[in-house]
Design a protein around this ligand. Sequence first.
Ligand code: C2E
Ligand code: MG
Ligand code: MG
Ligand code: MG
Length: 279
Amino acid sequence: VAKGAGKNQWRRYQAHLHNAMVARLELRSALDHAVHEGHFLLAYHPVVDLTTDQAVGFEALVRWHHPTRGIIAPAEFLEVAEESGLVVPMGRWVLDQALHTVAQWWRTLPRSRRPYVSVNVSARQFRDGAFVEQVKQALAYAGVPPQALMLELSEHLLAGEHDAIWEDLAVLHDLGVGIAIDDFGTGHSAPGDLRRRPLDVVKIDRTFLDDKTLVTGLVTLARSLGLTVIAEGIEDTAHRDTLIELGCLLGQGYLLSNPLDGTEALSLMTGGSPLPLVA
Ligand code: C2E
Ligand code: MG
Ligand code: MG
Ligand code: MG
C-alpha cells in the first residue's frame, strides 16, 4: 500500500511539473507574440517634490496589453521575459516609447517645467553590447537631450553582474543620462563600490519606509555618497512626514499619485492641476 501511495504521489508531482512547464511555455510564446505585435503600454508614475507637490519626473512602468486578458502587471511576465531574452526587444520598445512621450511633453511645456522620464532596465539588455548605441539612437530619433532620460537599475539585479555594465553606464552618464539605483537597500552594495560608480540617484525601496531607523540609515548613506534620494512607495502621511523631517524631498507613491497615462501626465504639468490621488 505504502509503495502504491508513493507512486501516486510521484505521478501527481510529475503532472504538476508538466502543467507548470506547459503554462510557462504558453506564457513565453504569448509574450513573444506581444513583443512582435507591440502589445504593451506604459504608465507614468510621477516623481514628486514633497515640498511643492510638483512632479519633476515620471517613471515609465510597462504593462502588457493582452487582447483577451486585459492589462497584465510586470510581476506576471518579467521573469519569463528575462529568462527568454524577450526583455531585450521589449526594453527597446519601452525606451523608444518613453522617449517619444517625453519628447511630446518637452515640445508642449516651457523650459522650467520639463520633466525627465525614467526607464527601468534589466542587466540582460547590456549583454549584446548594443545598449549604448541604442540609447543614443533613441535619443536622437526622439529629438530630446540626454538630460530628459534617467535609467533605473535594480540593486539586487546588479549584484553579481559584470563590470562591463558599468562601463556602458559611464558612457551614458558622461553624455548626461541620469543613472539611478532602484530598490536601494535590497542588494547589499558596498559603499566603496557605490562611490566609484557613475550614479546620480538612489531610490529607496518601499519595504523600508515603515522603519524610520532604516530609512534614516539609507538616506544618510546616500547623502554621504553625494547622491540624490527618491523614496518609493509613499502610502501615508506618516511616510511623507518622516521623509520631510529627514530632508528627503523627492518621492513616489500612492499617497501622491497613481501611475498615469501620457496624456494625464502632460495635463498635470500644463494645468498645474493637483495630483490625482488614489481614492
Ligand atoms: P519598480 O521600478 O521599483 O517600480 C515601482 C513599483 O511599485 C511599480 O509597480 C509601482 O506601480 C509600484 N508602486 C508605486 N507606488 C507604490 C505605493 O505607494 N505602494 C505600493 N505598494 N506600490 C507602489 P509595477 O508597475 O507593478 O512594477 C513592478 C516592477 O516591474 C518595477 O519595480 C520594475 O522593477 C519592473 N518594471 C516595470 N516596468 C519595467 C520595464 O519597462 N522594464 C523592466 N526591465 N522592468 C520593469
Ligand atoms: Mg523603478
Ligand atoms: Mg523600486
Ligand atoms: Mg516607482
